[in-house]
Design a protein around this ligand. Sequence first.
Ligand SMILES: *Cc1c(COP(=O)(O)O)cnc(C)c1O
Length: 375
Amino acid sequence: MKRQHIETIAVHAGAEVDLATGAVAPPIHLSTTFEHGPACEDLHGFAYIRESNPTQTRLEEAMAQLEGGAAAFVFGSGMGAGACVLQALEPGSHVIFPDDMYVDFRNLRQGYLAKWRIESSVVDMTDIASVQAAVRPNTGLVWTETPSNPLLKVTDLGAVCDIAKQARARVLTDNTFATPILQRPLDLGGDIVMHSTTKYCGGHSDVQGGCLIFRENDSFAEHVLQTRKILGAVASPFNSWLVLRGLRSLACRVEKHSANAAAVAAALSQHSAVEAVNYPGLASHAGHEIAARQMKAFGGMLSFLVKGGWDEAVEVASRVKLFINATSLGGPESLIEHRASSEGKDSITPKNLLRLSVGLEHADDLIEDLLQALA
Ligand SMILES: *Cc1c(COP(=O)(O)O)cnc(C)c1O
């Protein structure tokens, strides 16, 4: 059969009918241990839950197919997944990070990498020359996040991959905002894709998880798998099952999230109390052309700057009635968050920025709510 469309993969990957019972919905295997022979001979392909488990394996097969990778490993959280890659690097390695990225990876870089004897640089990845300039002889990894959290900056993944290939470094992409439905970094030359499956993949604000997908199942991928096993950051069977369940509707959810976000972004960008809207789907966005090239649609996340400062932004957040003031993203319900408050004292996010996770409600209701909050 020729390569299936992503919507079809999302429904069927890792969803094989259960051989033992014919069950169409996958079973959840909670067993921590699996029978082996008297000298520990492998009998069933599984041994101990921290190494692998049939429900985790189904999710890993699904994520590998969705991203077009050779292997996928699931974790207890997105942070667990990303940290595992950094922990698997050789001491003395150098990593290039983007200046806008998920806040706890910023905190991880600042608080831990030096202790692990990993060097790092931070660059504006919308400026490809600055990525090139940051390359060192020991650069082992270029970390990308596009669109980024919370500024929605867009990185040209093909261009970064070209630089990394020359430098013999790997490229990791945090693909949480875009999802494999809208963007497939491995097709653009990337080596590793990371997801917080807590967000769109799970999709219902009720499960935490992370995933790494590798273009090649090479010795580095094996080392990451070994690191997951030794450090123990693996996903539980039940959480794996919930993410697997979320994947079945991922394609149609992301389509609706994107359409709603586009409508909200258009409405906000015309409002006199709004200074700027960060949404790659707007023609005015600095990364619009690159995003249009490397993404199928522009996703459900956006942020905007309220005219004024900290107080004016918090005031708007306090007046919404339908949006919920909460962190996280990717669920059916629309969320709003004043990121400077959320990120704490080291935050570098503009003080008047509000981030929206645009949900699956009717766009008109969402726009009406924001307009009354801005009035
Ligand atoms: C939430 C998030 C993470 C971290 O994932 P957790 O599941 O919360 O550990 C990483 N990257 C991005 C872009 C995120 O939004």
